[in-house]
Design a protein around this ligand. Structure first.
Ligand SMILES: NC(=O)C1=CN([C@@H]2O[C@H](COP(=O)(O)OP(=O)(O)OC[C@H]3O[C@@H](n4cnc5c(N)ncnc54)[C@H](OP(=O)(O)O)[C@@H]3O)[C@@H](O)[C@H]2O)C=CC1
Ligand SMILES: N[C@@H](CC(=O)OP(=O)(O)O)C(=O)O
Length: 340
């Protein structure tokens, strides 16, 4: 029998953790023992994995030497304590939070873009999983960057509420029901009404006027592309969609990239599905293509009429899958196959 790995999933009762569990099962990851972890309030609950009900354990008292692989998605402050503790106990953590992404000696990996960086996990036994908006953008831009050298990226995101966790999903659902019945809503999770609306704020404001979500796209693109010269100008917007982030992306390249070349490159790119017909509906949307699926979809490719070396793209993906849980499992697959 081939080798099996004991896997701890922290945040197992949450949206991303739940997706990690189903993706481990769907992709037949070689799990030996599974340890679903969450906070003390979830002790007594079970999660279903491969037809069995497995009790949820309190992360505070879990002995990480029992697991070789940890998939973490319980928030940055939880990872700050427990990913370090797990790493010291010999459990290699794929961390889905922003806690370690900007630490130089911790790799930040998109599996289609820089899988080689996984090799750098050994110092802390931690590998960071990027931000969902950065992730889908770089899967699509990698072949274009390799071919023509991207100098600058202008991006406006249209991010679904699932990026804000279950409570944001509940808020969109609740507000929609209330408004359709003629009632009034009071925003609690997202700063302004999200049902039937667009809100240009994700995460906190920073001193330069950008939000942290927008700056994550700048910092993470430079680290993952290993290119300090590439510049990213992002506007991150929350929209009243449940699952699937969309991005209108305009790139400027060192040498001109024609739309034909870009289509040819993207038609062969790993993890990408090209859907680019110039007719009504000939492009991807989050609800009709992305939600519940693995690929990064790209459409609306056209040369920028305002810039000689500019190209526009529309990029859509399931933020909970490729943007979070799927990429984490893909990192773990490479880790156990090539490094452990
Ligand atoms: N890569 C990316 O872009 C993304 C990253 N994320 C990361 O994943 C995290 C979780 O997101 P999501 O699943 O949507 O959130 P949810 O609110 O749906 O789930 C949160 C999970 O974390 C657990 N948790 C919370 N606090 C603690 C604690 N103190 N100790 C142990 N477990 C705790 C919860 O357990 P319990 O039920 O017991 O409270 C629950 O399992 C985010 O905070 C973010 O850091 C999320 C989305 C995308
Ligand atoms: N900020 C993302 C989700 C998320 O949790 O991102 P991060 O892991 O970078 O904090 C969104 O709201 O869509």
């Amino acid at each position: 029998m081939s080798k099996r790995w004991n896997v701890a999933v922290l945040g197992a009762t949450g949206l991303v953790g739940g997706n990690m569990l189903s993706i481990l099962e769907q992709r037949n990851f070689p799990v030996g023992e599974l340890y679903p972890l969450a906070s003390a309030k979830s002790v007594g609950k079970t999660i279903r994995f491969k037809g069995k009900d497995i009790p949820v354990l309190d992360v505070e008292t879990f002995d990480f030497s029992k697991a070789q692989v940890g998939l973490f998605s319980a928030g940055a402050s939880v990872s700050k304590v427990h990913a370090v503790r797990a790493g010291q106990a010999g459990c290699v953590v794929v961390d889905n939070t922003s806690q370690f992404r900007y630490q130089e000696d911790i790799p930040l990996v998109v599996t289609e873009v820089n899988p080689h960086a996984i090799a750098g996990y050994k110092k802390h036994n931690i590998i960071a999983n990027p931000n969902c908006s950065t992730m889908q953008m770089l899967v699509a831009l990698k072949p274009l960057h390799d071919a023509a050298g991207i100098e600058r990226i202008n991006v406006a995101t249209y991010q679904s509420v699932s990026g804000g966790g279950q409570k944001a999903i509940d808020e969109l659902q609740g507000q929609t029901e209330t408004l359709l019945k003629g009632g009034a809503v009071t925003p609690k999770v997202i700063a302004k009404q999200i049902a039937f609306n667009c809100v240009p704020q994700i995460d906190v404001f920073l001193d330069n006027g950008y939000t942290k979500e927008e700056m994550k796209m700048f910092w993470e693109t430079q680290k993952i592309f290993e290119d300090k010269n590439i510049k990213v100008n992002a506007t991150a917007v929350r929209v009243g969609v449940f699952v699937g982030h969309s991005e209108a992306v305009a790139i400027e390249t060192r040498r001109k990239l024609t739309e034909g070349e870009a289509r040819e490159l993207l038609s062969k790119a790993p993890g990408v599905v090209l859907m680019d017909e110039r007719k009504p509906g000939g492009y991807p949307t989050p609800v009709t293509e992305a939600a519940g699926t693995d690929p990064v979809f790209v459409g609306r490719i056209r040369e920028d009429i305002s810039h000689d070396r500019g190209l526009n793209l529309w990029i859509v993906s399931d933020n909970v899958r490729k943007g979070a849980a799927l990429n984490s499992v893909q990192i773990a697959e490479i880790l156990v196959k090539e490094y452990l």
